[in-house]
Design a protein around this ligand. Structure first.
Ligand code: FES
Length: 901
């Protein structure tokens, strides 16, 4: 074991090493005894399986076992483990119980992005060591200190409870858990669409070997730290940077706007590069990056930012759209007088006539606040210059978009930038914008040394995008029978200081704001408004959840006014195949809302009966049951969003899937491989996977808008079919032939006759590839006109969910009892992954509805900003509806966002 001498700057240290046993082996670390154990494990010993999500004991990602008890390694001083037994995820498989727990997590789909998984495994192991057969409550209590933002916890709880059943298969002691788990994986049956196979990229998430942005720092890398504005708006003046720098050994450079070689700006839309890499003279939100300090890591970490030579002049700030839209408000950007970034509009029929003829009208005003993504992995990565090119390794949802931004900032051609995505520890839309990539690239380019950066939790929260706060007024009307006759809404969405995905939200909201219903007369208007808040960007649903809160609330009122049951009212008005949307798009197929509602009926009646019985008693607690429906257009709104996939077969028989779709935990790596495998006719286990590297894989588009299964799935299907067609042509076989691959021998069997192709004998290109299939898909859409008429999406997901909950009428507290979720996904390519997405989306929806609000300056950490824990998510019953989408791969649509909406 390497022993380093690292003492934090300003610490005195004892001069002695701290000795303990790590995963059964003695180690000795020469570092200050008050160094965090998490830092000692990761930085001194090089075991990065223990993750660091907050350094404050809030997220539990760093949970390890000290003498068998779970502790947060970030709150445990190194000196405290002197003489102790420390167990981390890297050592979990040393005992049968740990190995069984890993197997259970794998089989149950308990890891999505996987960044919380080491902590969850350790917490689960501590429980199982004491209570071999825990009940659900015991598991939830044991996991209560570890946050997961992806899974909704249910499959984790299931896995811990099921672990005992995996003991029989586990070997007692295993030297290398990866090999052990790989052997398990190898016994998996061939994949087919619809199979509940475990994640193909799942094993490294379970043994600590997955590499996230902070887990790989090149030898000799410098460290980068941003200085950010502490005010919502301020002017600033820099002092003598050279003098400050020269007085601090180990610091190398301070980077400001004038150091940017290309354009000092970035943004999502080509015409809206409005956010500076480094501020120029004035800032627009609390958390804006002003400059970056680069140097040796210890020197950079020792800098006290309040001693930096910068003078702030706070300026009056605009908080919220009302202030920003006031006639005397200053304009944040010259190109947006009045602070309106963009407007959206969808109008059809005659709304005024519709309201005039209505029997019942409901109206209301609704507001929602900023919501933080709270992915457990803060932004992290590094950049290095390679001759006249730059490489950036970082967590991202959109590698090709990152490439384009970095190229602009450096003034380089696109092919001089390579983006290598790390494993992504959660994104939910928040990692669609660049964060540290431009800064790292500038630093590495100018200094010609690798440069790394890891955001703190607070830095992640203050600097990153948020869900748009909304201010919505809406009005809905129906006739005497309960049929909708008109709907109108106006919504202002606080897009914060910079555009980010504001135009997408303003465009998507009016399309969806009437909900998945037949409505003949509609006028939906939206505005994205600049303010001095944090930039609002993409967050699971792009504004649709905010609009759905208003619309579904009004529909409850209308149902009551019309004397209809709330489910029946929705069923009466549910949009179906053959109906036109408010955009004038006729849904030709795959509109499964009515079936969702039909399947929910017995649950609805049972839960209403249960609530009625409960409320008959004398109690200050009252039970309520609610229902809501949703729809969600898959992919970009009325614009191209293509994906290209490639599958190759080389002379040695290696089948490689070159897949540019970044898997942020949702499971696209697995689902797309299942689609590709069936398209070719070979098992998923036959594939080598290359995922999301701009130098190796074609552009699959961003991982957002629930698009990868539908769009990239179709591309994967096309690539697989193209390769299969070539194989069949070579062997003169018909469409029904079966394939098998054994090294370089590719056998094609038909009617009992096998033809063998010797791949080694085929002409190969420079990479040894003898056969390849390339497939592309761009969903057919028609841009919206000035009234929002057109075809915004090629297909839509639909869902209806019921919630049963108890409200304490004195305290106002809410306890969820059960959620029943019916989702039309077209086709569940992998039902286990689909369920995981629904659980996770529901959990994030619970957070949005009941717990979360980001307040700049107040809730900038995971102690003050509360997200659902294992104790907050109720049982969720899932009903999958498969109303096939003719354009989708085997009928599949998407599921990432619908569950939250
Ligand atoms: Fe738990 Fe992603 S799987 S945070």
């Amino acid at each position: 074991m390497n022993i380093h001498d690292r003492r934090p700057m300003g610490e005195t240290g004892t001069g002695g090493a701290v000795a303990f046993r790590l995963n059964g082996a003695p180690v000795s670390v020469a570092a200050a005894p008050d160094l965090r154990l998490s830092a000692a494990l990761r930085d001194e010993i090089g075991q990065t399986g223990t993750k660091s999500g907050c350094d404050a004991g809030d997220c539990g990602a760093c949970t390890v076992l000290v003498d068998g008890a779970q502790v947060c390694a970030c709150l445990t001083p190194l000196g405290q483990v002197e003489g102790c037994d420390v167990t981390t995820v890297e050592g979990l498989a040393r005992d049968a119980l740990g190995a069984a727990l890993q197997r259970a997590f794998h089989a149950h789909g308990a890891a999505q992005c996987g960044v919380c998984t080491p902590g969850m495994l350790m917490a689960g192991h501590a429980l199982l060591s004491a209570v071999p057969r825990p009940d659900e409550r015991q598991v939830r209590d044991a996991l209560g200190g570890v946050l997961c933002r992806c899974t909704g916890y249910l499959k984790i709880v299931e896995a811990v409870q099921a672990a005992h059943g995996f003991l029989a298969e586990a070997e007692p002691v295993v030297a290398g858990s990866t090999e052990f788990l790989a052997a398990e994986s190898g016994r998996r049956e061939s994949a087919a669409i619809g199979a509940r196979i475990a994640r193909l990229d799942g094993l490294p998430k379970l043994d600590g070997s997955e590499i996230y942005g902070a887990d790989q720092v090149p030898e000799g890398a410098l460290w980068l730290r941003a200085l950010r504005c502490p005010h919502p708006r301020a002017r600033f003046a820099l002092g003598d940077l050279e003098a400050w720098l020269s007085a601090r050994p180990g610091l190398v450079r301070v980077l400001t706007a004038k150091d940017v070689p290309g354009e000092n700006s970035f943004g999502i839309y080509p015409h809206l590069k409005d956010q500076p890499v480094f501020s120029v003279a004035e800032t627009r939100y609390r958390g804006e990056c002003v400059l970056a300090i680069v140097g040796e890591r210890e020197a950079v970490e020792a800098v006290r930012l309040n001693e930096f030579p910068i003078v702030w002049e706070p300026l009056p700030a605009l908080t919220g759209p009302r202030a920003a839209l006031a006639p005397d408000a200053y304009a944040l950007h010259d190109f947006a007088p009045g602070n309106v970034l963009t407007r959206g509009r969808v109008a059809c029929g005659d709304v005024d006539a519709g309201f005039a003829q209505a029997a019942h009208v409901a109206s209301g005003a609704f507001e929602t606040g900023f919501v933080e993504h709270a992915y457990i992995e803060p932004e992290a990565g590094h950049a290095r210059r390679v001759g006249d090119a730059i490489e950036v390794f970082a967590c991202t949802q959109a590698p090709y978009m990152d490439r384009d931004e970095v190229a602009r900032v450096l003034g380089l051609p696109l092919d001089s930038v390579r983006i290598i995505p790390s494993a992504c520890g959660g994104g939910f839309g928040g990692k669609l914008d660049v964060s540290l990539q431009p800064m790292l690239a500038v630093a590495a380019w100018l200094l010609d040394r690798p440069v790394a950066c890891v955001y703190s939790r607070i830095e992640s929260m203050v600097s990153s995008t948020k869900r748009h706060p909304s201010q919505i007024t809406a009005k809905a009307a129906c006739d005497a029978d309960g049929r909708l006759v008109a709907y109108a809404m106006e919504g202002d969405f606080d897009t914060g200081a910079y555009a980010s995905w504001g135009p997408t939200v303003a465009g998507r909201v009016p399309v969806h704001a009437t909900g998945p219903y037949r409505a003949p007369n509609v006028r939906n208007l939206s505005r994205a408004v600049y303010t001095n808040g944090p930039p609002s960007g993409a967050f699971r649903g792009f504004g649709v959840p905010q609009a759905a809160i208003a619309q579904e609330s009004l529909f409850d009122d209308l149902a009551g006014a019309a004397g209809l049951d709330r489910l029946e009212f929705r069923l009466l008005n549910a949009i179906r195949a053959g109906d036109a949307t408010p955009c004038g798009q006729v849904l030709e197929a795959s509109a499964g809302l009515a079936e969702c509602l039909e399947k929910l009926k017995p649950h609805w009646r049972a839960l209403l009966h249960d609530a009625s019985a409960f409320n008959a008693g004398e109690s200050r607690t009252r039970r309520g049951v609610g229902i809501g429906c949703m729809w969600y257009g898959i992919g970009n709104t009325g614009m191209s969003n293509p994906s290209t996939m490639r599958i190759t077969l080389d002379a040695a028989g290696r089948l490689t899937f070159w897949n540019g779709a970044v898997d942020i935990g949702q499971g696209s790596t697995t689902a797309l491989t299942q689609i590709a495998a069936d398209a070719i006719g070979l098992p998923v286990d036959a594939f080598a996977l290359v995922v999301g590297d701009t130098a190796l894989t074609a552009d699959a588009g961003k991982t957002s808008a629930s698009r990868q299964t539908f769009v990239s799935g179709r591309a994967a299907e096309a690539a697989g079919r193209a390769l299969r067609a070539d194989i069949l042509r070579l062997s003169n076989a018909g469409a029904g032939a079966t394939l098998s691959l054994d090294g370089a021998r590719l056998a094609i069997s038909e009617n009992g006759v096998a033809t063998v192709i010797d791949l080694a004998a085929l002409p190969a290109n420079a990479d040894g590839v003898v056969l390849e299939g390339v497939g592309a898909f761009d969903p057919p859409t028609v841009p919206l006109d000035e009234n929002g008429q057109g075809v915004p999406y090629a297909t839509y997901g639909f869902a209806a969910q019921i919630a049963s909950l108890d409200v304490d009428l004195d305290l106002g507290t809410v306890k969820l009892n059960r959620i029943v979720a019916a989702h039309d996904v077209g086709k569940a390519i992998n039902p286990m992954l689909v369920e995981g997405q629904i659980h996770g989306g529901v959990a994030q929806g619970i957070g949005l509805a009941l717990m979360e609000e980001y307040l700049p300056g107040r809730t900038e950490n995971l102690h003050d900003y509360l997200i659902p824990t294992a104790g907050d998510v109720p049982p969720i019953d899932i009903i999958l509806i498969e109303d096939p989408e003719p354009l989708g791969p085997s009928g599949a649509k998407g599921i990432g966002e619908p569950a939250l909406v």
